[in-house]
Design a protein around this ligand. Structure first.
Ligand code: KG4
Ligand code: ZN
Length: 340
């Protein structure tokens, strides 16, 4: 079974064809990073317009790279939520139109579920029951998965997502957008033990990252000797390259340690767990990969947003009995919860 997966939830326009939930026949991703690096973050209106420009060329390339015609495609899967509304609209309207035009069943897939299923695309078969650590720009969650397509959220962030925290700390340090890869790169030359940053005290399996972001800000202010009222966007001018590297390394280590502590706590609460899978953009982080050597991670090119993970998640939805949606009435707002 060949599924065309379409993903436009944020700043990547992506389409991919995946066979039987595991074999990637094509994977086309057009990133808008170059546009948003200039602004230091995503501008939703610009993102939506950029999706519109490249959406159909991306779908056509996914078909031609896979050597497929429309006759070969069994279903269309599209990200319906969560994400930027204008961006989601382009992907879902495209998928709806293509489903009507080519008479294909249409599946609306949750973005975080897709990230989790990127782990099945790397040729791996994580064993159930499993714990999924979802770490992206918008979410930080731990989910318990007793079987395919069955999710229970057991931990979530009370405020910022960990990826968002990487992006905000990078901005203060004067590093480019997206902040995650930039922090990871700067951290390579830094001392992770140089600055001691606190771990938030959050009950149970929940997270909090806004305190860590503020802790980094205060530590920088202290290091360069300015009051807390000093404009944060000017701090970068007072930091040496080595100080930036040390702050990046210390912050990254703290963020990774917090994630590992919570996974450890979750494993204690769910001792029947057979495997841990990590998903979402932050799963590309090398320090996190090294800190969780037993866990499953997507291959790095599938950590960020892509269409292959959408097609893979759709495959397991179909296997679990999920029915297609009506392309004329697809509602892009969150209709179904990832918890089911
Ligand atoms: O999953 P994703 O591509 O988009 C969302 O669904 O949000 O995640 C994007 C996030 C950004 O915050 C980005 O800074 C972060 O993933 N990220 C990283 C790395 N690569 C991307 N964070 C830490 N280390 C990385 N290597
Ligand atoms: Zn994502």
């Amino acid at each position: 079974m060949k599924i065309l997966g379409i993903e436009t939830s944020c700043d990547e326009t992506a389409a991919s064809i995946v066979e039987d939930g595991q074999t990637i026949l094509s994977n086309v991703v057009v990133s808008q990073i170059d546009i948003f690096a200039e602004y230091g973050g995503v501008i939703p209106e610009v993102a939506a317009r950029s999706h519109l420009e490249v959406m159909m060329p991306v779908v056509d390339k996914a078909l031609s790279d896979a050597n497929c015609s429309w006759d070969d495609i069994d279903a269309i899967a599209v990200t319906y939520a969560p994400g930027l509304l204008g961006s989601l609209l382009i992907g879902t309207l495209t998928a709806r139109t293509l489903a009507v035009l080519h008479e294909k069943p249409l599946y609306a897939v949750h973005h975080l579920k897709s990230h989790i299923y990127a782990n099945w695309l790397s040729g791996a078969e994580p064993i159930f029951p499993l714990l999924a650590l979802v770490v992206s720009g918008g979410h930080t969650q731990i989910l318990y998965m007793p079987e395919h397509d069955n999710f229970k959220i057991i931990g979530t962030t009370n405020d910022d997502a960990v990826g968002e925290c990487f992006d905000k700390v990078a901005k203060v340090l004067g590093l480019p957008y997206p902040g995650g890869p930039a922090i990871a790169k700067a951290a390579e030359n830094g001392d992770a033990h140089k600055y001691r940053l606190p771990h938030p005290k959050v009950e149970g399996l929940n997270f909090s990252f806004s305190g860590l972001k503020t802790a980094v800000l205060r530590a920088i202010q202290k290091e360069v000797g300015v009051p807390i009222s000093y404009p944060s966007h000017q701090l970068k001018d007072l930091l040496s390259k080595q100080q930036v590297a040390d702050f990046a390394a210390s912050f990254q280590k703290t963020a990774v340690d917090i994630l590992c502590e919570k996974i450890q706590a979750a494993l204690e609460l769910y001792p029947e767990t057979q495997s841990v899978v990590v998903a979402g953009g932050v799963s590309a982080n090398k320090a996190l990969r090294e800190a969780l050597p037993e866990a499953y991670f997507p291959t790095p090119r599938l950590s960020g947003d892509n269409g292959a993970m959408v097609a893979a998640a759709c495959h397991y939805e179909i296997q679990s009995g999920v029915k297609p949606v009506d392309p004329y009435s697809l509602n892009i707002y969150p209709r179904i919860s990832i918890e089911k």
